[in-house]
Design a protein around this ligand. Structure first.
Ligand code: 13P
Length: 246
């Protein structure tokens, strides 16, 4: 089974999100072949969750606050997302880290909050172009993993990791599949330090219908986290169909 997760970012308004989930549900994808989730905006999330209830699509939040409730203007907690039927939450997405200044410490608190409320955190990590040029890819990834997972108690919960090289996100410059496979193998080895269980690791960054098979055909790549190509019915359907055929 391979996973295809669609991060709709802030691409779609309320109506567009509902039209897209309803269109996807008409397609009747094969849940034995592909594990599906979408991450709508917070505004549309409740409605999308209701439409997707008991279907092949799980729903996740794009970001969570770690405190369950309180005086945190503009925030929505992991607990609140869990209460309305979310299964997953993206944590530490590159845009949260680089546009909104989220730190490794914030990421850690969000992971813990997700686990406390039965949400599966999809922990996003990745090196920047500067890291890459300075030969610091492994250093960056090791550090992000350590800060996220050292001494973390899963308590029966689960985590997913998404390797999203920052330079590949929204640029059309996808990481070449052989390199992605090597990085995933490295991440899986690193993750053994923190968890007994095998951790699902997704690749993200300029994935489209045309290149998705070159990633999911590789053993260490458990699936993909898709941005732009997940926000349209035609491109996302084509992409999921390609993965179903693997
Ligand atoms: P793109 O697929 O648009 O490059 O975005 C990747 C991403 O950020 C998914 O979380």
């Amino acid at each position: 089974m391979k996973y295809v997760f669609g991060n709709w970012k802030m691409y779609l308004d309320f109506d567009e999100s509902n039209i897209l989930i309803n269109g996807l549900l008409q397609e009747k994808f094969d849940s034995e072949k592909v594990g599906l989730a979408v991450f709508p905006s917070t505004l549309a999330l409740r409605e999308v969750t209701m439409s997707a209830k008991d279907t092949e699509f799980a729903v996740g939040a794009q970001n969570v606050a770690w405190v369950p409730k309180g005086a945190y203007t503009g925030a929505v907690s992991a607990q609140m997302f869990s209460d309305v039927g979310c299964h997953y939450a993206l944590v530490g997405h590159s845009e949260r880290r680089h546009v909104f200044g989220e730190t490794n410490d914030d990421v850690r608190k969000k992971i813990e909050a997700c686990l406390e409320t039965n949400l599966i955190p999809v922990v996003c990590i990745g090196e920047t172009e500067d890291d890459l040029e300075a030969g610091k890819r492994e250093y960056r990834l090791k550090k992000q993993l350590m800060k996220a997972f050292e001494n973390l108690e899963l308590n029966g919960g689960k985590v997913v990791v998404a390797y999203e090289p920052v330079w590949a996100i929204g640029t059309g410059k996808a990481c070449d599949p052989a390199t992605a496979q090597e990085v995933h193998a490295f991440l899986k080895t690193e993750l053994k330090q923190y968890f007994d269980a095998d951790i699902t690791v997704l690749y993200g960054g300029s994935v489209k219908a045309e290149n998705v098979v070159s990633y999911v055909a590789l053993g260490a790549i458990d699936g993909v986290l898709v941005g732009g190509a997940s926000a349209r019915l035609d491109s996302f359907t084509e992409l999921i169909r390609a993965v179903e055929g693997v």
